[in-house]
Design a protein around this ligand. Sequence first.
Ligand code: NDP
Length: 676
Amino acid sequence: MSLLDVSSFAAGQWIAPGAGARNIASAITGEVIAQAGNDTLNVQGMLDYARSVGGPSLRKMTFHDRARMLKALAGHLNQHKQALYDLSFNTGATQSDHMIDIDGGIGTMFVFASKGRREMPDGHVYLDGDVEQLSRNGTFLGQHICTPLQGVAVHINAFNFPVWGMLEKLAPTLLAGVPAIVKPATATCYVTELAVRLMLESGILPDGALQLVSGGLGDMLDQLGMQDVVSFTGSAETALKLRANPVILRNSVRFVAEQDSLNASILGPDAQPGTPEFDLFVKEVSREMTTKAGQKCTAIRRIIAPESQIEAVIAALSERLAKTQIGDPRLEGTRMGALVSNAQKRDVMEKAAIIGQEATRVFGDPERFDVTGADAAKGAFVPPMLYHCEAPDTAERVHDTEAFGPVSTIMGYRDLDHAIALANRGQGSLVASVITHDPAVAREVAIGAGAYHGRLYFNNRDSMKESTGHGSPLPHMVHGGPGRAGGGEEMGGVRGVKHYMQRTAIQGSPDILSAIGEKWVPGGTEIEGPAHPFTRKFGELAVGETLHTAPRTVTLEDIETFAHFTGDTFYAHMDDEAAKRNPFFPGRVAHGYLLLSFAAGMFVQPDEGPVLANTGLDNLRFMKPVAAGDSIKVRLSVKKKTPRNDEYGEVRWHVTLTNQDDEIAAEYELLTMNAY
Ligand code: NDP
């Protein structure tokens, strides 16, 4: 069989393997199937190309342009995923493992595409938080902004998720506006290479936005500067070596690391055998042990159960694990494939032996297990192995040794504090889960263990049907953890995009802030439009365009009519004496909703026109009560415009209601959809 040549993509050229290329073996047969790497790769040229060609093109686009690009990329990969599945079986992964890696990666990209459109502006500057009042009269304000880094993101990925591992980093990077150089782990880089090829061939990406290093990275890290980011997933040992690079330290290059993790799962004290939680626990643990043959950064390595339940858990878990059919991942009945390589198998067995010094193996014998459809002696097959540690307080290795395969250790706890202490002995993990139906248990764990874990996953009979699984990092939620887990953070929605941007504090006048943020700030110049703003199309309205209404006096009759019409006869509106006893009111006052309704009546232009719909209010505050006899007027300003589709865009209006003394009675943001 001819070897698969896994190329790199550098400065617009595919570079085939050459001097120093490494061999890659099939996980199933152990035979060499591919080669990757070329010592002559011009890494400086790649960095230059990303910085001078990819970065500028990406930064010209708005967040929405880039979000649309991600959606198109994800759609393209989705159409071609069968080719990725076919190739990926060689890594030892089953079809359900592919769903996590390939479909999961594509899904992650879709989520970032959608978050980019919904939660980020159609502009070049992301506003982080609200305007800060830095002065008494509001002529000097503060605002935090984020803009894309002007360097390159170097993504160094682990072998276990050749597609998801790339896309979960690539999506937020590209959305931020930063070009990426992806360096997959050599063991599975042929799958990543195909995914990169598909993305590049789609023509969706601008030149220089994505490059690929298959094989060694050369001295790329020695060439990085302060605008670059390294985002790493892999072993703690490699992370330490790379983050200690003097150039990275000297130039304060951002280094995001996601490394080893001794994730725990706790069986709640309430989850006795016979409860839905007990069964759920056994199911989740066995799934986490066997999915991807345990080669998951989030897999459950430590099973923490009440001492009184240890025997029951071992029995139930063993029964379930015994049903795991191991074999060629292409076969339909296979539940667990092979480890990625025989080197990885040796590593897992060495680590299992270390764990074995403090724990007894109670399930799984690596010398005696069935493998279907493949040669167990040649492929990297191992059975699920369950260890029992009887003295978890004095044990060390079970809390610090990650056997990156289907290996877990069960240990007993005396009470919940003990369970929390054991979970925290991992010294920082990506995820810990608790299977409990008792909210008080969940709260205690959240407070006691939150600081040690990047994610806490609670599951029980109420959520189990829809829950996403202990081991699934979701694009919406933070993935990463403190301490041993690397101290980094990825994803978490827009938070993950910010890792590739610089946050800058901006201070200045309202007009300066309005111009920078493309969003009108109260106190900024008000633009008088040529006609009522409701008669103006989306494209015609200017940010800052403002309407001032005539005043309207609020009468007692208005208040009573509104009260009886709506049924809101709350005493503050109806009973003067009772209202006076309330520290907020001088006596009877108008309903807040009456004021909002009057405001609309004062600022709308009723004719059919470009305003299509009122889609909501944000940040509503009633600041000063309005009593009968007071008069109110409204200022309506265009705060921000966001195109939504080919027909209409969203206009965010800043609305301020003031009384006869120019005191603010109410303030809010009104959202409308306006035709182009
Ligand atoms: P490694 O740390 O060996 O490799 C991770 C990545 O770093 C790979 O892309 C690797 O490339 C690259 N790399 C290694 N050395 C260098 C270097 N000197 N310069 C630049 N890049 C380098 O991890 P593996 O993926 O091989 O996995 C090994 C172990 O890592 C597992 O057994 C497990 O313990 C842990 N791991 C933990 C994960 C987690 O998130 N908790 C996830 C995956 C793995 P190359 O392959 O070419 O050497």
